[in-house]
Each structure stands twice: as C-alpha cells, then as structure tokens.
Design a protein around this ligand. Structure first.
Ligand code: ZN
Length: 174
C-alpha cells in the first residue's frame, strides 16, 4: 500500500509539473506549487535546481566584479541575471569622472540581456566585497521587466535572498 501511495503521489507530481509549461523557468513559483502537493521528492529536485542557479549566479557576479571600472569609489560590483530561458547575462559597474554618468552592475547586466532579446527574468545576483543592496534606480529598471524576481545579495560574508517586490513595493508606473 505504501509503495502504491508513493507511486500515486509521484505520478500526481509529474502531471503537476508537466502541466506547468515552463516549470524549469518558473521553478521558484513551482516550488510553492509543489510544496502544496506535499511531494517532497520533486520539491527537493526543484530546490536543488534553485540552489545550483543561485551558486552559479553568485559565482558569475563575483567574477564579473573583477572587471568593474571604479577608480573613484573603489567599490567593485558585479551582477548576473538569469532569464526564463535559462540564459545568464552579467555586468559590472562602470564609473565616470562625471559622477552622474556612472552605471550600476545590475543595469549593465539587464541591458545586456535585453540587447540579446531577453525580457523575462527569474533572478539576479549582486556581488560586492561588502554587503550592498541594489539602488532605487536599478530596482525601478528591473521592475520594468518583472514584478517579482528573486534578488540574491552576496558579499564575502554571506548571501541574503529578497524578492524584488519586497525591495521595491511600489514602482513608478506609467
Ligand atoms: Zn544601481
């Protein structure tokens, strides 16, 4: 009976997953849905994917931060953004002697993705040596494409996970 019940639940979970068209791309939403089915096997599978993405994103954000052009602030920042199609784009901050022309790593990563035809995003990782949250300008620009992507804030001491909607509850609309 136990085996049969497990099989039944597994089949139910498979059907749930397959009926969710973009289940890989929308795995963060899937986690919540799968938790509702109480199928731990598949929840674990999806959670592992999430952990893998997070590590990869942070690794790339850290790597690209080495290319940051920050002669004025000395603050090197890197960002990596994950698209729904599974692609990753990265960017670093580029400062300018005319300070207001400086651009942040998050926007550089996003613009690079958009220039490649991507407009749907799942998560962004931000890395700097010391903990730093995205600025309001970057949050507004990210919110143009997603109301609720995951934001990983990583520094040499740890990682924190936020939702975009949490960091920017009310974006500027038109
Ligand atoms: Zn910014």
């Amino acid at each position: 009976m136990k085996g049969s019940l497990l099989l039944q639940r597994s089949l139910f979970a498979i059907v749930s997953l397959l009926s969710h068209k973009d289940y890989i791309c929308e795995k963060y939403n899937s986690i919540r849905r799968i938790r509702n089915t109480k199928c731990l096997i598949f929840a674990k599978f999806v959670l592992n994917l999430k952990t893998m993405d997070m590590k990869k994103l942070i690794h790339l954000a850290k790597k690209v931060s080495e290319n940051a052009y920050a002669p004025y602030s000395k603050l090197k920042v890197g960002a990596a953004i994950l698209t729904k199609t599974g692609k990753i784009f990265s960017g670093c901050n580029v400062e300018n002697a005319s300070y207001s022309l400086t651009i942040c790593a998050e926007r550089n990563a996003l613009f690079s993705a958009v220039a490649s035809g991507e407009r749907d995003f799942v998560a962004l990782a931000l890395y700097s040596e010391d903990k730093m949250l995205p600025c309001g300008a970057c949050l507004q620009v990210l919110s143009e494409f997603s109301d609720d992507m995951t934001i990983f804030v990583a520094w040499d001491g740890g990682v924190e996970e936020y939702r975009l909607s949490e960091l920017l509850p009310k974006r500027f609309p038109l």
